[in-house]
Design a protein around this ligand. Structure first.
Ligand SMILES: [Ca+2]
Ligand SMILES: [Ca+2]
Ligand SMILES: [Ca+2]
Length: 300
């Protein structure tokens, strides 16, 4: 079902552009619905209770923006916890990995993109914003959390689709975050939960989106029975991220839950954009016409 939906999207986009993909390759992706790409997480893997449980991550691309939505039990400003160094456990930063490599390799080579959207979290990024050339680090132990993913799984939290539909098993999670070598022998010392920006270069701002703005954009976690008590949305400029296949992911600051989503950003994301280009062409042709006919009255 997943593949056929994607094939339909690609074929309609290809027809709109008068192009056909030559290799027929399909990107890995979450579940597409009303223009949003959804990663739906296990609803029972939030260690510590529902406030720490992530339910879903969704991303929508338009010609000029990327919309992101998260749903679960944790408010944008986090929740009070006396075990945390700052008395609060919040959201980590949202990462985008376009390298095609495992997360750790991309981080080690400062090749991640990331968004700090929570102004009160423990990110090492100075301000909220979109960052490139990002290296990630872990703040789980500052937040009364798990020292490693191995520890999280050893405690029995690898339940259901452990990191959503695109990374459903612990094995797939280990392989994505640390590569196959570590994945074949995960330990508590080689599986750190890298959940915030450590270093990077800011390239743009984040705009928060209200619930009504998200609904107007077609967001519907309820379609997947995944709507949480808290839904957070934000928007960034499309130009801040490259084209191509990506994995996006997020953890809670303590590592009590995490979720990833596979997707593809395209230069021309939707047929509406193609119509925009056609309209632009008409305007351009019209302006050329006016230039060639100086002094002619324009019929109103
Ligand atoms: Ca969850
Ligand atoms: Ca904290
Ligand atoms: Ca999870």
């Amino acid at each position: 079902m997943k593949s056929s939906k994607l094939a339909t999207l690609f074929s309609s986009a290809a027809l709109a552009l008068g192009l056909m993909a030559s290799n027929g390759q399909q990107a890995n992706a979450g579940q597409l619905y009303n223009g949003w790409n959804y990663g739906i997480d296990s609803l029972t893997d939030g260690s510590g209770g529902d406030v720490y449980n992530i339910r879903g991550l969704a991303i929508k691309e338009t010609s000029d923006s990327i919309f992101v939505a998260l749903t679960g039990g944790l408010p944008l400003e986090g929740t009070a916890n006396s075990g945390a160094a700052d008395g609060n456990i919040g959201w980590g930063d949202l990462f985008f990995n376009f390298t095609g490599k495992d997360f750790k390799s991309a981080s080690d080579s400062n090749s991640l993109f990331a968004v700090r959207f929570a102004g009160t979290n423990d990110s090492k990024a100075a301000t909220t914003g979109v960052y490139k050339n990002v290296q990630a680090t872990s703040v789980t132990t500052d937040n009364h959390g798990y020292g490693s993913l191995k520890q999280y799984y050893d405690y029995g939290w690898g339940q259901g689709n452990t990191q959503g539909t695109d990374l459903p098993t612990a094995a797939s999670v280990y392989n994505y975050y640390y590569g196959n070598t570590v994945g074949s022998n995960p330990t508590t010392s080689n599986t750190p939960i890298l959940n915030v920006i450590n270093t990077g270069t800011i390239v743009g701002n984040v705009s928060s989106l209200s619930a009504s703005a998200l609904a107007a954009a077609g967001l519907d976690f309820g379609h997947f029975s995944a709507l949480g008590s808290q839904t957070i949305g934000f928007q960034i400029d499309r130009s801040l991220l490259p084209d191509g296949k990506f994995f996006s992911n997020i953890f809670i600051e303590c590592g009590n839950d995490g979720l990833a989503l596979a997707g593809t950003l395209t230069a021309v994301p939707e047929s509406g954009n193609t119509m925009g280009l056609v309209a632009l062409g008409v305007v351009f042709a019209g302006s050329q016409l006016l230039k060639r006919r100086p002094g002619k009255a324009i019929a109103g």
